[in-house]
Design a protein around this ligand. Structure first.
Ligand code: FES
Length: 149
């Protein structure tokens, strides 16, 4: 049985209650929507790039607590990162939530490691990775909304 208490570490509760970087950005360089058709949740990611670097990033939309907390923590972690660094963190995060985590470089993850518990709940993995797949596609210049299915 899925028990929210198993997942809800303090940092996740905090990011869900007070999402960081929440809101539409004025004149973003890139905008991309991510959609989870299983539940209907969607988020939009806004990026301001300085060459290869993510100068600013924000999101809005509506989603479950895990998807909001994950997007909040991801946007916090991505400011000032290059697209290559973002990709490395994404790969580590994906490994964290889809495997036993033995190959994860936790130094690269920081607070994001709090989401490790979602690996026990496959539907929640989609909640936690929705924002990441959206970021990955936005950095690749994709403009078509992405879907978790
Ligand atoms: Fe919809 Fe989590 S239930 S993204």
């Amino acid at each position: 049985m899925f028990d929210l208490k198993d997942l809800y570490q303090e940092v996740i509760i905090d990011h869900n209650r007070s999402p960081r970087n929440f809101g539409k950005m004025d004149s973003p360089d890139r905008t991309l929507e991510g959609f989870n058709p299983l539940c209907g949740d969607r988020l939009t990611l806004y990026l301001k790039m300085g060459g290869e670097q993510i100068d600013d990033i924000s999101f809005d939309g509506s989603g479950c607590a895990i998807s909001v907390a994950s997007a909040s923590m991801m946007t916090d972690a991505m400011k000032g990162k290059t697209a290559k660094e973002a990709e490395e963190i994404f790969n580590n995060f994906h490994e964290l939530v889809t495997t036993d985590g033995s190959n994860v470089d936790s130094d690269k993850l920081g607070k994001l490691a709090a989401l490790a518990g979602v690996r026990e709940y496959p539907t929640r993995v989609k909640c936690a990775t929705l924002c990441w797949h959206t970021l990955h596609s936005a950095l690749e210049g994709e403009q078509t909304p992405i879907s978790t299915e």
